[in-house]
Design a protein around this ligand. Structure first.
Ligand SMILES: [Zn+2]
Length: 320
């Protein structure tokens, strides 16, 4: 098993994202334009590096904020390679047995969105670990999202590389790994007790359910009905019924015997063609979600009871 410290840079939409969402549902918060990755063995010794520039096809014009931050200009953007080709190479380079290590929760989410948008499979990606959580646990920092720069400074890593460049940030991330107790950190990361820091920030599975005529067909979808563990693909045991959280948002919990509890969220969208679509995302749970879920059930039942009582009262009045 190898560790892969990875960082992506992405371009943003110039016009409001809703217009660029293409059917609204397939949100693309950022289009990946650069990949940087450092492969390490189990002792965090560097084995190899990977870097690529990608030319965007959805957000083609470099956003001025992105240009400022990354130093990537329009001509560099245009010279980038095709996303599908790069991903094919990257996949091969990653190998079969790896854990992705990122600084922050965004990279995994953005990569999943990009793969879905390009109609590419997402299941090869495997485990993602947000190192911020391990950093917080091992340095006694609070539960906030510490910047990469703060972590570099905390470990007195010399800052010789220009930040906000994918391979440089991946290199810094790999250097931070050397300063952490990585193996223990990852174990703790997955243990149920310590996930409370940066809760629900590392999305572990992300799916779009499309072409549904109504809610019943959304919930009949195989991915929604029988939720699987994102790591071992085992069907979750004791998956609770989906319950309405608010508006068009639903939630459920379930447990993998090996990898612990997961909370799944579903948001429904009515599309222009009147069909219904669902955005499904899944997160490791620290266990507090069970209480939250049970309270939601209680509140829902109470609402139903109240409605029933009201109905009976109205009927009684009408009978009088
Ligand atoms: Zn599992």
């Amino acid at each position: 098993m190898n560790y892969i410290a990875v960082d992506f840079e992405w371009n943003q939409a110039y016009c409001p994202p809703s217009k660029k969402k293409n059917e609204l549902i397939i949100q693309l918060d950022g289009e990946i334009i650069q990949i940087g990755a450092v492969k390490m063995d189990k002792d965090t010794e560097v084995l190899d590096t990977f870097e690529a520039d990608i030319h965007p096809v959805f957000y083609r014009k470099i956003h001025k904020k992105v240009k400022e931050l990354t130093g990537i200009d329009q001509s560099q953007l245009n010279k980038g390679d095709d996303f599908k080709v790069v991903i094919e190479e990257f996949k091969k380079w990653c190998g079969d047995d790896h854990i992705f290590l990122t600084w922050g929760p965004d990279d995994s989410r953005i990569m999943m969105q990009n793969l879905i948008k390009h109609n590419l499979p997402t299941d090869w990606m495997g485990k993602w670990v947000n190192l911020q959580v391990i950093f917080n646990m091992q340095t006694g920092m609070d539960t906030s999202q510490v910047s990469l720069k703060t972590a570099i400074e905390a470990f007195e890593i010399p800052q010789i590389l220009h930040a906000h460049n994918a391979i440089n940030d991946a290199t810094y991330t790999a250097m931070i790994c050397k300063c952490l107790e990585l193996e223990k950190g990852i174990k703790d990361y997955y243990s149920t007790k310590t996930m409370s820091s940066l809760k629900h920030t590392a999305c572990e599975s992300y799916k779009i359910i499309r072409n549904c005529s109504n809610k019943v067909s959304v919930f009949a979808n195989e991915n929604i009905k029988n939720i699987k563990c994102p790591h071992c693909k085992a069907e979750l045991s004791n998956q609770k019924p989906w319950i309405k959280q608010s508006g068009d948002r639903y939630i459920t919990i379930g447990k993998c015997p090996e990898h612990g509890m997961y909370v799944s969220k579903l948001k429904l969208y009515r599309l222009k063609d009147k069909s219904l679509a669902g955005k499904y995302s899944m997160f490791a749970s620290d266990g507090s979600d069970e209480e939250y879920y049970n309270n939601l059930v209680k509140a829902n039942n109470e609402r139903i009871r109240r409605r029933r009582r009201k109905k009976i009262a109205v009927k009684k009045q009408a009978d009088v």
